[in-house]
Design a protein around this ligand. Structure first.
Ligand SMILES: C[S@@+](CC[C@H](N)C(=O)[O-])C[C@H]1O[C@@H](n2cnc3c(N)ncnc32)[C@H](O)[C@@H]1O
Length: 259
């Protein structure tokens, strides 16, 4: 099957759990046909629980399967690499990365980590293991490390994280008030290892926002490497009689060499 047809299949079921509606989505990503290893399974399945809550970290946003598909398509760039995920939410992208053989450190804000253990539940239900602080240097891709990391708040966590090869961040650029804090965070990790690249999915919500122009201040460079159009779950436009679609861009962010 051509990789251009990598449409994730989502099955969803919902039930009541402790007063909060908990739903479970099953993402089935075709692995494409360009790999000669006949032992490799042709699909990658990830099951993700979500909660009905006002907190943005409790659902999987349309940008997350887009970044997951991108990682699958370019999996040779991720396998065996140490990857840091910012604003993990329910954890889809980090879990996909680990299942592709990358060594994942997944993070979300202190607030999100205090509120819910959904991320932990999702890691465990996909047969991965949660690492402990002393095993941070582990090279086993089945072990995912979780830390609270709030963008721009330089707590001890920043210094615990070893050198990383890549950063992934799905739908983290949605509030312009946070743009400086995220870029400052990227700049920190990219200064420690100038080879670090960041892949971020950006859902176009307001045409007057532009993350490219704020990069310069942090000596960062970004280029759009992919454009996708995803159905906006549940956002049915009755006047048009059709589902609305979101434009989702994938940016590759790198550190510009100092002149
Ligand atoms: C729109 S959600 C995206 C979640 C997930 N990456 C996805 O695509 O499904 C934004 C994520 O950023 C996290 N976040 C928001 N503000 C943050 C901050 N200041 N520092 C760290 N994470 C933050 C939220 O907790 C949430 O997980």
């Amino acid at each position: 099957m051509s990789q251009d047809h990598m449409v994730p299949l989502i099955q969803q079921k919902a039930n009541e759990n402790g007063g909060q509606l908990v739903s479970e989505k099953k993402y089935t990503f075709p692995l494409g046909g360009n790999n000669n290893n006949i032992n490799e399974s042709r699909i990658l399945e990830v099951t993700i629980k979500e909660k009905c809550d006002t907190d943005y970290s409790m659902i999987t946003w349309p940008a997350a399967p887009v970044l997951s598909k991108f990682m699958i398509k370019h999996r040779s760039q991720f396998a065996g690499k140490r990857i840091l995920e910012l604003g993990s939410g329910t954890g889809l992208c980090g879990i996909v990365g680990a299942l592709l053989g990358a060594k994942l450190i997944v993070t979300d804000s202190h607030l999100a980590r205090q509120k819910s253990s959904l991320l932990d539940v999702n890691i465990l239900q996909n047969n991965l293991i949660i690492g402990t602080d002393d095993s941070i240097e582990d090279i086993d891709p089945k072990v995912i490390h979780i830390f609270p990391l709030t963008w721009g708040r330089f707590t001890g966590v920043f210094f615990k994280i070893p050198l990383i090869d890549a950063i992934i961040a799905s739908d983290c650029f949605y509030d312009p008030n946070d743009f400086e804090d995220i870029l400052m965070t990227l700049a920190y990790f990219m200064t420690r290892n100038p080879e670090t690249v960041c892949y971020t999915t950006y859902q176009v919500r307001n045409s007057s926002w532009n993350i490219e122009c704020v990069m310069k201040r942090w000596n960062l460079h970004c280029e759009c490497v992919h454009v996708d159009y995803e159905d906006d779950d549940g956002d049915y436009d009755q006047s048009q009689g059709q589902r609305s679609r979101s434009t989702i861009l994938i940016y590759k962010i790198t550190r510009e060499p100092r002149t």
